[in-house]
Design a protein around this ligand. Structure first.
Ligand SMILES: [Fe+2]
Length: 386
């Protein structure tokens, strides 16, 4: 069979490395910005991180404003006040500084400066008409890859669902990844966001939309997470571990930005929408079960995942080697202290039908899954994970 045609998109510039954040002012100036809105969170402001970014911008003569009134795991409605603040301050640059929540809000806000209406009007694939004002995204957690991807996710409370704006127009101008920004992240958040990144890498690697280009990044992300997540959780000041995880998260972002996620993120969405389980925990809980279900679709790729996570697979049958991949993920999530069962996060047997129904609605992701998912499969997966 001939190879598929694959499109590969990343931000126009990626700035990576310890100290990268110090370059935000000069890069903003190069982009032609005169007034910047820094979208951040109160905790980073308290730690003085936001001020350092503001100083770097001000040193280049760029006017600054700050918006920090963000919801955790934001609803679509929460974007409007941030967009109003940017409009009022007449900003021509949005700098997102924070975790996935913050970066997704920053993407939506930049987009709304040049696209009429509310973020709710753009929930779906390819609905954004044009690029927004310039944007620089600076992640302070190693997990979401939001600084890279064409997606921004929001909770829609009325239907208890997470929905996404998906458009190449919301890929930022610059992804600025500074591992030093992640050193103060608490071990529990490091663990959950790291497992989210692992889920991105595994799902992208085994997605129907995977290509040789995305496989490079996905497999290396898996290897980096296997090598560094435990240390990053154990000792947040370990520079090599933090840098490894920052790189892994970015690589996994490149992989999902082009190959997408599939069954794990699809099943995790209703856990977030219906029960407010956080994104990283929801994905981590479901990852081994999704992998066990999907392994049948491509034994060599799942065996490669096991190998990238450090499992010795030489001499094993393809089936056994593939099965080791889910087991390695389970061990990793146990080691970093993540719940292993849905019941540990308050889910009950009577919740499962609604969860399965919710997952089957995430057709955008299920379409990428390498094994066809029927409603009874979703139900059985949730039962196993309970
Ligand atoms: Fe994710």
């Amino acid at each position: 069979m001939a190879g598929k045609v694959a499109i590969f998109r990343v931000p126009a510039q990626i700035t990576f490395g310890s100290g990268a954040a110090e370059t935000v002012g000069t890069e903003a100036k190069r982009l032609g910005a005169t007034r910047a809105m820094v979208v951040s969170d109160p905790n980073l402001q308290k730690l003085g991180v936001t001020d350092r970014i503001l100083d770097s911008l001000a040193a280049q003569g760029i006017g600054t404003s700050v918006f920090t009134e963000l919801e955790f795991e934001p609803s679509a409605g929460s974007v409007a006040p941030a967009a109003a603040a940017v409009r009022e301050a007449r900003c021509d640059l949005v700098v997102g500084l924070g975790g996935g929540t913050t970066l997704d809000t920053a993407k939506a806000v930049a987009m709304l400066m040049r696209n009429d209406g509310l973020v709710e009007d753009y929930l779906g694939i390819g609905l954004v008409k044009q690029r927004g004002v310039a944007s620089i995204l600076m992640p302070t957690t190693a997990g979401t890859g939001a600084e890279i991807t064409p997606n921004a996710l929001f909770l829609v409370p009325a239907v208890r669902e997470k929905k996404a704006v998906v458009s190449p127009h919301i890929i930022p101008d610059i992804a600025m990844v500074d591992p030093l920004l992640t050193h103060t992240v608490a071990p529990t958040v490091t663990a959950a966001t790291g497992m989210d990144a692992l889920s991105h890498a595994v799902e992208a690697y085994t997605s129907l939309n995977a290509s040789p280009l995305t496989d490079l990044y996905a497999l290396e992300a898996i290897r980096l997470i296997g090598a560094h997540l435990r240390t990053a959780v154990a000792n947040g000041n370990d520079e090599a571990a933090r840098e490894g995880m920052a790189r892994a998260s970015m690589y996994a972002g490149i992989a999902i930005g082009n190959a997408g996620t599939n069954i794990v993120h699809a099943l995790a969405y209703p856990l977030q929408g219906q029960h407010r389980v956080t994104h990283g925990i929801a994905n981590s809980l479901l990852l081994p079960y999704g992998m066990e279900f999907n392994a049948l679709s491509n034994l060599p790729k799942f065996a490669a995942v096991a190998e990238a996570l450090g499992e010795p697979i030489a001499g094993l049958s393809p089936r056994t080697a593939a099965a080791r991949s889910a087991e390695a993920c389970r061990l990793l999530s146990m080691d970093v202290g993540i719940p292993q069962r849905l019941r540990e996060v308050g889910i009950k047997a009577e919740d499962l039908p609604a969860l399965a129904d919710g997952a089957m609605k995430v057709t955008r992701l299920l379409a990428n899954n390498p094994r066809q998912v029927r409603p009874e499969d979703a139900r059985a997966l949730f039962e196993k994970a309970l």
